[in-house]
Design a protein around this ligand. Structure first.
Ligand code: HEC
Ligand code: HEC
Length: 358
């Protein structure tokens, strides 16, 4: 009798273990594998390029024309704007310092600064290839210190007339006939690949987020905060008619618009439970839950998936921190802000990003 009881308990246990593991299997079955490396670098490059375009066109070119604010190499001493190349370098150094393993650099076959020439024969071939065919990145897989790596070179185009005027008139430029829209150089992006041929979705999200966040920090700290403190120019919601700097939020939202229009699947947004603009609040349940989680634990990233027309999308919410004094003072004093006690490094909102996965 006892034996029977014991064996039925064992049977029930075994059955529930089977059922339970079966259930978790059916859940894991739907966990997306990841993203092909070329798609990952496409996403990363699209963010670098969108931010670079906004910075050159809406900041450097526009404010150069409107209020004669220049971009110069010694921007700190001269109270000017950092060069677009310096902006990119500062952001890429910040990304490298996060230790994700992803790196990127700006280079050219006709560099003003010889350090920005190709570092190896792959970069040289890549620059030649994207000059001839700007519609396709040049890629390779290689091994470095025992690790498999993926590297892609994308063209860097003259997206603003300021690119062309400055390079063509720079005393150290070896080429003086750059044209608007032409290829001036390239951006190479290198990623660790692991043993699989797909990069896990969360890792890709971390890369994309690192670029968005670094550009946001450099813009807020090196452009907005510094130029406001030195009474050179302020940021304003009505930047275009007041000849001012875009707000950091407008910088990000403009870039995310450019990317949405490319219809590559990647999208992102900035939002907050204390929005100045009601439009920037959480819309989906996922966005709401994500905000609750990151507000309590800013070290977390909230992740999930959802399906649209049989396509799996990966979603992630990252905290948006008050990285600069400018963030705090503007929000705390803005008439439409529902919260007025933000402090430096507080979570002020979140960045939600989403892209399709295989
Ligand atoms: C106000 C002047 C100025 C503007 C505007 C400007 N650049 Fe440059 N650019 C430079 C200088 C100076 C360097 C070298 C920076 C350094 O020391 O690394 C540089 C670096 C570069 C490089 C790396 C190779 C090199 O020449 O050293 C590329 C590629 C490049 N710029 C492309 C562009 C593009 C594309 C734009 C517009 C989006 C642009 N630049 C806007 C002055 C400018
Ligand atoms: C000069 C004023 C100003 C500065 C500086 C500023 N913001 Fe904002 N921020 C705004 C305004 C105004 C909006 C609403 C923009 C819109 O209409 O979409 C906004 C939007 C936001 C949002 C979306 C939710 C909302 O409030 O609408 C977040 C999150 C945010 N800012 C965080 C930051 C952070 C972090 C920084 C520093 C990196 C920063 N802001 C710097 C004024 C500012």
């Amino acid at each position: 009798m006892n034996k029977l009881l014991l064996s039925s308990i064992i049977l029930i246990l075994a059955a529930s273990i089977f059922l339970f593991s079966n259930q978790s299997w059916s859940e894991t079955k739907f966990i997306p594998l990841g993203v092909a490396p070329i798609i990952a670098t496409d996403y990363i490059h699209s963010v670098i390029e969108a931010d670079r375009t906004i910075y050159s066109k809406l900041i450097v070119e526009r404010l150069g024309d409107a209020i004669s604010l220049k971009a110069t190499e010694n921007y700190l001493q001269e109270n000017t704007l950092p060069l677009p190349a310096q902006f990119l370098l500062l952001a890429s150094e910040n990304v490298t310092s996060q230790g994700l393993g992803m790196t990127y650099r700006l280079m050219s076959l006709w560099p003003i600064n010889p350090q920005n020439g190709p570092n190896d024969s792959f970069e040289e071939k890549g620059l030649e290839a994207v000059r001839k065919n700007p519609n396709k990145p040049f890629t390779t897989i290689f091994t470095s210190k025992g690790k498999r790596m993926f590297k892609a070179v994308y063209p860097d185009k003259a997206v603003s007339k300021s690119c062309v005027t400055c390079h063509n008139s720079h005393p150290k430029s070896p080429k003086k006939d750059f044209k608007m829209g032409g290829v001036m150089g390239g951006i190479s992006i290198t990623l660790p690949l692991g043993q699989e041929d797909l990069i896990p979705a969360k890792v890709v999200a971390d890369y994309i987020h690192a670029v968005i966040e670094s550009d946001r920090m450099i813009y807020a700290e090196y452009v907005v905060n510094r130029l406001q403190n030195n009474n050179i120019v302020n940021a304003s919601e009505h930047w275009w008619k007041d000849n001012k700097l875009l707000l950091p939020a407008q910088f990000l939202l403009n870039a995310s618009d450019i990317i949405a229009h490319k219809r590559m699947g990647l999208m992102y947004k900035l939002y907050s439970p204390w929005p100045i603009n009601q439009y920037n609040r959480a819309v989906t349940k996922f966005e709401q839950q994500g905000m609750e989680v990151i507000a309590k634990n800013p070290k977390e990233t909230f992740i999930g998936t959802h399906e649209v027309h049989d396509r799996q999308f990966f979603e992630a919410v990252y905290p948006d921190f008050a990285v600069s004094k400018a963030c705090v003072s503007c929000h705390n004093s803005h008439p439409d802000s529902p919260k007025r006690d933000f402090k430096l490094n507080d979570v002020m909102g979140g960045i939600m990003l989403s892209f399709p996965v295989q």
